[in-house]
Design a protein around this ligand. Sequence first.
Ligand SMILES: NC(=O)c1ccc[n+]([C@@H]2O[C@H](COP(=O)([O-])OP(=O)(O)OC[C@H]3O[C@@H](n4cnc5c(N)ncnc54)[C@H](OP(=O)(O)O)[C@@H]3O)[C@@H](O)[C@H]2O)c1
Length: 244
Amino acid sequence: MKKQTIIVTGAASGIGKGIAKYFLDRGDNVVINSVTPSSLEKTYNEFGAGDNLAMFAGDVSNKQTGEQLVKIALEKFGSVDVLVNNAGIFDSKPFLEVDEAYLDKFLTTNFKGTYFTTQSAISQMLKQKDGVVINIGTPLVNHGLGGWPASAPVSSKGAIHALTIQLAAEFGRQNIRVNTVAPGVIRTPMHGDKSDLSAGLHLLNRVGEVDDVAEMVYTVAKSTFITVSIINVDGGKGAGHNLN
Ligand SMILES: NC(=O)c1ccc[n+]([C@@H]2O[C@H](COP(=O)([O-])OP(=O)(O)OC[C@H]3O[C@@H](n4cnc5c(N)ncnc54)[C@H](OP(=O)(O)O)[C@@H]3O)[C@@H](O)[C@H]2O)c1
């Protein structure tokens, strides 16, 4: 298997941390990012601060963060083979209570963060004529869930799904692949200790684990022929749910 250099945003916690570890454990080079320097440093040390690892703390919605991540990957490892746009926020608020500041929070972190980090990575991937961008979306983009209002985060993720299709079309001829992995409810700090309350939303009647997602991201990264795919890793949540 070809050794790759992977940039993972939002890698100090939850799914991003699991993805970074999955690649590191299999011998790839990983550049981790998150917004809070102390959390990122803690993860960097927990991962052993080895030669295969680099870090940069910064808000992904700031274009310079993506530029720095690419610069570090090139200086330390010589290429940017995979970008995983995982950094993101999610929350619930009834539609009629959403104001501009609240909506902007999701559009800025989730959508603009993915957009501009990808811009930095693709400008390097074009020089390599090789690369893959893997976004983290949600099956809720195509499957309405009553009782948990989330128009702001879901629409910001919808924009990421649309961006996936558009960029895969714009850059396919240059051998740049763009895909989205859409997880069901995954046991991460985002849910506190409440993850299992959502088990019934999945046909498998359980929530997912971080490695369920990491394994798919790894498979997509190592493939050479998967592009423009929106891949649900969701225990069947996007298609149906149990009546408990
Ligand atoms: N967990 C689920 O059930 C689930 C389901 C579907 C999709 N997702 C998506 O999966 C991704 C990860 O979720 P998670 O559950 O692992 O969340 P999490 O445990 O809350 O971790 C989120 C990570 O993103 C980082 N982050 C937040 N805003 C950022 C910004 N502006 N710039 C850079 N980093 C930022 C955080 O940084 P700090 O640690 O420094 O604060 C943290 O490391 C998100 O995009 C989420 O929407 C999650």
